[in-house]
Design a protein around this ligand. Sequence first.
Ligand code: ZN
Length: 213
Amino acid sequence: MTNYGIKEKILCIAAHPDDTEIMAASEICRAYTNEDIEFFACITTDGGNADVRNAEQREAAEIGKYTDLFLLGYSSNEIKGNSEQRIVNNYGDIIKDYINVINKIKPTTIITHNPFDTHATHKAVFNKVVEAIKSMPEELRPEMLFGGEVWGSIMNSEQRTVNSCGLEIIEKEITNTALYKKLLSCFPSQTKIIEEFSGKTVSNYLDMTEYML
Ligand SMILES: [Zn+2]
């Protein structure tokens, strides 16, 4: 159902600083030039290097004109840990935090990771976002939930089988390439890691995302 007269509010719930700028780039670009669309980001972990990575994420939010940014600051283990760790690390708090953010924003659309992502933390975030949404009364849930892809195209691999699960695959266009490049240039710490890993010089983050494919 379309809420006529109500702003479109898009919330991206991501595992790490930088995931949002890759998997929700099309929506950041749409919101950037349209005052009827608000874009919010909620980042679950600090990427294990809070000072640097949160600062990088804040810069991207500033450049992309996000309406608000939520940095939850969990560790990856707290998100994907076994059941024992979940109890130790207040597993339920993550779900509660997601519900609080969703209640505060009342997004019309949520974008998060997709269940076919091969990264354990991404997958764990997807599961918890679904759990959070399912625990909310129906009238407070977002109209749409999208699973985004960080590693490349969901169409590139065995993940194609998603079609047989009845999920719809849509590729959304990034309409402002200059903005997209600017957003990705906010994460030099990640460029450095990929250089060490690949032994190649990476001139910008776009090169880096190509290495990931
Ligand atoms: Zn990630």
